[in-house]
Design a binder for this molecule. Structure first.
Ligand code: ADP
Ligand code: AMP
Length: 213
């Protein structure tokens, strides 16, 4: 089992990059998407997670690690995984290392998407997503071809409840405090490949494909 981690602040473009890596055989695992599915299903985890996510706070490590454990344990050993939004704390990173080791897998790369806060606020404020297929758009930078509808599903696009400026700023503060230390953690393992995520969507995708494609 091979794994790659997409690291970077919320809104840096992890999901947008992941779309092209799926075409290269990677399985895209977004913990945000997994948690939103729990919310949609109104499970106990979903109900608890929603309260935290709406405020820009993290869901407890144990719950998130347990979701990832279930995904990895039920997968083929030959699978290639692309993690987006996980790990997000040092504790999650350590648990992830243990899990990979126990499954005889490897963490091959950590792609770090670097992007300043002001660019992120602009990106997240204009983000639109398809609830059915998870496709990500931006009202200016990556608009759908027809009105406010998903190009794939044709259904109406939605704006995430946590994509408002107050919650975005809170999420950025939480990222700086709890997730940014992972950069040093993975640098010590010589795994980090930084990419300038302020470039256009095409350029960022190309830079990532050059490394992983
Ligand atoms: P993340 O998964 O890191 O939270 P997304 O991939 O959802 O970020 O991207 C956040 C928003 O920014 C989306 O609206 C997306 O269309 C837009 N976006 C992503 N990458 C770029 C880019 N390189 N240039 C401009 N807008 C981008
Ligand atoms: P995302 O879709 O990656 O922007 O994540 C949306 C929200 O889900 C985050 O702001 C957190 O509240 C929660 N979340 C997603 N992944 C994790 C994680 N690995 N650890 C804790 N909370 C998470």
């Amino acid at each position: 089992m091979n794994t790659v981690v997409l690291l970077g602040p919320p809104g840096a473009g992890k999901g947008t990059v992941a779309e092209v890596l799926v075409d290269k055989g990677y399985r895209h695992i977004s913990t945000g998407d997994l948690l939103r599915e729990q919310i949609r299903l109104e499970t106990p985890l979903g109900l608890e997670a929603k309260k935290l996510m709406d405020k820009g706070r993290f869901v407890p490590d144990d719950a998130v690690v347990s979701m990832i454990r279930d995904v990895l344990k039920s997968s083929e050993s030959s699978a290639k995984f692309l993690f987006d939004g996980f790990p997000r704390t040092l504790n999650q990173a350590e648990k992830f290392d243990e899990l990979i080791q126990s499954l005889e897998g490897t963490l091959d790369e950590v792609i770090l998407l670097e992007c300043p806060d002001d660019v992120i606020v602009e990106r997240l404020s204009g983000r639109r997503t398809c609830e059915k297929c998870g496709a990500v758009y931006h009202e200016i930078f990556n608009p759908p071809s027809k009105g406010d509808r998903c190009d794939v599903e044709g259904c109406e696009l939605m704006q995430r409840p946590d994509d408002n400026e107050t919650t975005i700023r809170k999420r950025l503060a939480v990222y700086a405090e709890r997730t940014a230390p992972l950069i040093t953690y993975y640098e010590a393992k010589d795994l980090v490949h930084p990419i300038d995520a302020t470039q256009s969507i095409g350029q960022v995708r190309e830079a990532v494909l050059e490394k992983l494609g």
